[in-house]
Design a protein. Sequence first.
Length: 157
Amino acid sequence: MFMQLIINIFILITTFFIMEFVAWFTHKYVMHGFLWNLHRDHHVQPKTFLQKNDSFFLIFAIPSWLFIMFGMIDGFDFKLWIGLGILLYGISYFLIHEVLIHNRLKKLRKVLFPNINSPYLKAILRAHKSHHKYIDQNPGESYGMLVIGRKYFGDKA
């Protein structure tokens, strides 16, 4: 029983980290590729709270939901833990991208990120800012969310 719990946690954590690559790939080749028409409004100053770009949450939420559902149906097997790993990445995406970076929920940002003194969080903000300096589909840089280049660390980044 204990060993199965360790395996399940390993699956969850591995899935979470794999999602960073999936998110990077999706952002670079799908959002900045054939679905640019849905992502474009994210690179210009939004006029409304919701953007077409927000529909991408379904791209990740649907597989998460399906893995969780089928994992529960099949007796809480590995699919559940994959779905939970995707869900945890989605939660971190929401907190980092929507709350910290874009400040879409100002009150929540004040509670969760009152002072941004962490070099890592500052680097994430710099990397995302450099990504958004491009308002066209291509070229671009820094497509990831949690894994970022060394050049974004430090004061001169």
